[in-house]
Design a protein around this ligand. Sequence first.
Ligand SMILES: [Zn+2]
Length: 280
Amino acid sequence: MSARVPGHVLVVGVDGVRFDFLAADSAPSVWALGQAGFLAPVPVDEATPTWSGPCWATIATGTGVAGHGITGNDLTGHRLAEHPDFVTLATRAGLPTLLAVSGWPPLALPEDGGPLFAEATRREFTAVPETGLAWDAARRADREAGLDAWDTADEATTAAAAAILAAAAPRLSFVYLGAVDFAGHATGAGTAYRAALRAADQRVGRLVAVVRSRSSGPEENWTIVVVTDHGHLDEGGHGGREPEVTTAWAAAAGRGIRPGAPPLITRQEQVAPLVLAAAG
Ligand SMILES: [Zn+2]
């Protein structure tokens, strides 16, 4: 099938999910996408600091740090005007688009040098109250409040995106879920992190189900992509070059993606071109 035929694309970005934690029982929705298409490790290259800012910028723009100029979580000084994100490019091409972001402002709002995603037809942002205390939470109560707050925000973002996908089917949607990364920072890659991963996977499953249950779904030619930006240390945290941190991943299924064929994404720069081609 030609990549030029118009299609619909749903991209779910789940922040900070370790590749080695993905399995049929721990993340069945992502695993099923891998069975229907591919699920592959995507190394963060040597030039890219393993922070959310630069990794998501590379995923969103299809260019590396030398292009977009983002090296940390403050995006100030970026060159996104020359290297726009895939939602903006689709929006400028006249396609209806959706940006639904949970918790981390610079992806969607003019904060900390953002927004990384500049233009979208529909834009939903769910704030997480008192994020600041919890990133480095020393007290157990703070950690638990933070986990609850991020879970609530991811849930609200998922519900908003599901409603829009069911009603309107934007041609290109990006949904960002942040609770897994928060759990890694707050508690390490342990029980709470695994629970957050399971919750994120269930949310991916809900969004996939909404798309697949659309009555005009087959003609809409859906491609679904799920992607993370970096992993986490056992004790929580990232930013270095440890394998569990530098091994990001992507899963995709849909039009033109043959199950069992070599993965179409093995570098973070390959996400945006695949997404834009699938949207037509
Ligand atoms: Zn991240």
